[in-house]
Design a protein. Structure first.
Length: 214
C-alpha cells in the first residue's frame, strides 16, 4: 500500500500516518527523517544535502527525490509506505510519480485530512511546552494540573514561536499557495480520499481505514 498524507500543517497528518503505519505494518516516511538519517550515517547523498542545509538553502527537489528513492529500496518499504509531509509541491509530486513509475510502483491513495484554517490556528496556539523538560501540553485538550506549570518537573510552560497565530497563518498561506493544489492533482489521478479532520483522532483513523477499504 503506497499512501500519501495530505493536509495543512497542524491538520494531524503525522498522528494519523503513524497509526496507519502501525496498523498496516509499513513504514511512516518523512523527508526530515530521511535527511537526518543520511546525514548522521554520512552517506554521499546525506553529505550533499548537508551542504545545502549548512548554507541555509533548501535541499533541491532532485536530491530529495534521490533520497526518497533510496529509502524505498529498503526492505521494510517493499510492501508499501506512508509519506507524511512529502510531496509539498506539484513539481515534487510529478517527480515522485516518475520515480515510482521507474520502479514499477505508484501512489495508490492520497488521503487529505481537511481542517479549516481557523481550527488549526486554535489548535496550535493552545499548545504549550515545558521550557525545562520539553513535555507538551494543550490549554484545552491536555491541560496540566496547575495552569502554566509542568506536571513532570514543575518547569514553566511556554508557547513556541512556531505555534503563535501569526506564524501559523503564514505557514497556512504557504500551504494554500504551494501544497493545496496537490489535492486536485491526486483527485485527477483518481487516488484522492478525503476525511473530516475536525473529529476525534480515533474517529478520523476509522474513517480513513474505511475509505481505504482495509
Ligand atoms: Zn517539565
Amino acid at each position: 500500500m503506497n499512501i500519501i498524507m495530505l493536509g495543512a500543517p497542524g491538520a494531524g497528518k503525522g498522528t494519523q500516518a503513524k497509526r496507519l503505519a502501525e496498523g498496516y505494518g509499513i513504514p511512516h516516511i518523512s523527508t526530515g527523517d530521511i535527511l537526518r538519517s543520511n546525514i548522521s550515517r554520512g552517506t554521499e547523498l546525506g553529505q550533499k544535502a548537508k551542504g545545502f542545509i549548512d548554507a541555509g538553502a533548501l535541499v533541491p527537489d532532485d536530491l530529495v527525490i534521490q533520497l526518497v528513492a533510496d529509502r524505498l529500496e529498503e526492505e521494510d518499504a517493499k510492501a508499501g509506505f506512508i509519506f507524511d509531509g512529502f510531496p509539498r509541491t506539484i513539481p515534487q509530486a510529478q517527480s515522485l510519480d516518475q520515480m515510482l513509475k521507474e520502479k514499477g510502483r505508484k501512489i495508490e491513495f492520497a488521503v487529505n485530512i481537511d481542517v479549516p484554517d481557523q481550527v488549526i490556528v486554535e489548535r496550535m496556539s493552545g499548545r504549550r511546552f515545558c521550557i525545562n523538560c520539553g513535555a507538551s501540553y494543550h490549554t484545552e485538550y491536555l491541560k496540566p494540573q496547575t495552569e502554566g506549570v509542568c506536571d513532570k518537573c514543575e518547569g514553566e510552560l511556554a508557547l513556541r514561536k512556531d505555534d503563535e497565530p501569526e506564524t501559523v497563518l503564514k505557514r497556512l498561506e504557504v500551504y494554500h499557495d504551494q501544497t493545496e493544489p496537490l489535492i486536485a492533482y491526486y483527485r485527477n489521478n483518481g487516488v484522492l480520499k478525503e476525511v473530516d479532520g475536525t473529529k476525534e483522532v480515533a474517529e478520523i483513523l476509522a474513517e480513513i481505514r474505511k475509505q481505504l477499504g482495509y
